[in-house]
Design a protein around this ligand. Structure first.
Ligand SMILES: NCCCC[C@H](N)C(=O)NCC(=O)O
Length: 473
């Protein structure tokens, strides 16, 4: 019968197409171990440049005071302005939404370009060229006389850098999910973070050495800015591979584009209790780490009477530790799970380290490595856990939302740390007392610990399987 034949023919056709699609999927670029790890190292370079620039001026706090007249509050303001676009303009949220809408290539390029522009402007603001009545100097001198024209130009640069930097991290997180979901996802996140921390470590070690260059201390800021500009070029290489993968996957799976973004999606995020606890842990934990890290070299210099180079080297112990530990914990999470428990241990260790810094003189070399342990446990477990709670199509918006909330802390706590320092140390004090600042960071650690406990308890109800290995979910 013709209708029967037609039915059998269509069943055969569908089965055959499905088989072909599965075959093509198997052979897509992401299935080549070498290619997907090469992609990770390519975007890891962009991340390393991002983190390098973020930390490049941290070991130069006293140089900024000497050369540009910054006090601790100015320095805190400079560190925190990075977060202003992400908190007050919700740039990381919009960046995530734009990412889910426009895709990885266009969003990535646009936001890394912002990073490069911001980095170049910051270096320009500190340069002799600008300070000798260069372009924009007169304008920056014409308002808010309480703030120097150098500080204002550098704030503008860091604002633009922050606007690009956070969204570019969201883009890179989505890239990792795209290439590694269902494979060694947590390990990939661990290596990605290890590469990012390489940037921080290099910044802490190189910047205090570059300020002694014959061409002057600003070599340190220009070097950082050119590193970021190179990252923009490196991202172009990634874009070519991303395009190729999309063509393969489109052909083979007839996969629909991601659904258009709806604001109700944000509503879904903020009513997901596990997501809320992980976001609040992200806010408190990172507020106790990054703002502390920005002041850490100056803290060691003041508390232990060290030079700029020695203090930078000690501060660099923390990212050095994380470069080793984060991939190991990532591997552990993939294989054995226990992500929620690792976040609890990480928060506890963080609190103990800060209390030790506040009240003892235990050698900072050891404590910074221990801090590196805490700073590996939580990130290695946290970021892949989000991919278990949230659908891949919404992962950009989810990471963007978390980053915006986290940036509230990265904005407020450097300013608070600077104000506490200026407030508890009379003007002209030879060595700054950091005790109260460290108590503030310890308090954040304790609150983070509570959110980590709540997250683990909630996981038993929600069933996302945070305690289970990666491929079992
Ligand atoms: N580069 C310093 C700020 C980065 C913050 C970023 N939103 C983030 O959380 N990255 C993950 C990490 O563990 O570094």
């Amino acid at each position: 019968m013709p209708s029967e034949k037609a039915f059998v023919f269509s069943v055969l056709l569908i089965t055959n197409t499905k088989l072909m699609n599965t075959e093509a999927l198997k052979n897509s670029l992401r299935d080549s171990v070498v290619t997907r790890w090469a992609m990770l190292f390519t975007v890891g370079f962009v991340l390393a440049a991002n983190y390098y620039f973020y930390d490049a001026l941290s070991p130069l706090k006293s140089t900024l005071t000497r050369e540009l007249g910054f006090d601790s509050t100015d320095f805190g303001l400079f560190v925190s302005v990075y977060s202003v676009p992400n908190v007050f303009l919700l740039m990381a949220v919009f960046g995530g939404v734009i990412l889910d809408k426009l895709g990885i290539r266009r969003t990535g390029f646009m936001f890394i370009a912002f990073m490069a522009l911001g980095a170049l402007l910051t270096a320009y603001g500190a340069s002799d060229m600008y300070r000798n009545e260069g372009l924009g100097y007169a304008f920056m001198s014409s308002f808010m006389p309480g703030y120097s024209p150098e500080l204002k130009m550098m704030l503008l640069g860091r604002f633009l850098f922050g606007l690009g930097a956070e969204t570019s991290i969201v883009v890179i997180s989505k890239i990792i999910v795209k290439w590694f979901k269902g494979k060694e996802l947590a390990l990939a996140f661990g290596v990605k973070l290890g590469l990012a921390r390489t940037g921080s470590m290099l910044a802490l070690m190189l910047s205090p050495r570059l300020i002694n260059s014959e061409a002057g201390w600003t070599v340190a800021t220009w070097f950082a800015a050119f590193f970021v500009t190179t990252a923009l070029l490196v991202f172009l290489i990634y874009m070519m591979f991303d395009l190729k993968l999309d063509k393969q996957v489109e052909k083979s799976t007839l996969e629909s584009k991601s659904d258009p973004f709806k604001f109700s999606d944000l509503g879904k995020l903020i009513t997901n209790r596990s997501f809320i606890f992980v976001t609040l842990l992200c806010l408190t934990f990172y507020s106790a780490v990054f703002p502390f890290f920005a002041f850490s070299a100056d803290f060691f210099k003041n508390k232990f009477g060290l030079t700029e180079i020695q203090s930078g080297d000690i501060a660099a112990m923390m990212p050095l530790g994380t470069m080793l530990f984060t991939p190991i914990f990532g591997f552990f999470v993939d294989k054995y799970g226990k992500a929620a428990s690792l976040m609890i241990y990480g928060s506890l260790i963080l609190t103990i380290v800060h209390l030790t810094f506040a009240f003892t003189t235990v050698t900072p070399y050891v404590m910074m490595v221990v801090l590196g342990l805490a700073f590996s446990l939580v990130p290695a477990a946290m970021w892949p856990s989000v991919a278990k709670m949230i659908d891949e199509k919404r992962i950009g918006s989810a990471y963007g939302f978390m980053f915006s909330v986290q940036n509230l802390g990265l904005w407020a706590f450097p300013i608070l740390a600077g104000m506490i320092l200026d407030g508890t140390n009379p003007v002209g004090t030879e060595s700054l007392d950091y005790t109260y600042t460290m108590i503030m960071f310890s308090g954040l650690g304790i609150v983070g610990f509570i959110f980590a406990l709540l997250l683990k308890r909630e996981d038993k109800v929600s069933g996302y399987g945070l305690e289970l290995p990666s491929n079992s979910k």
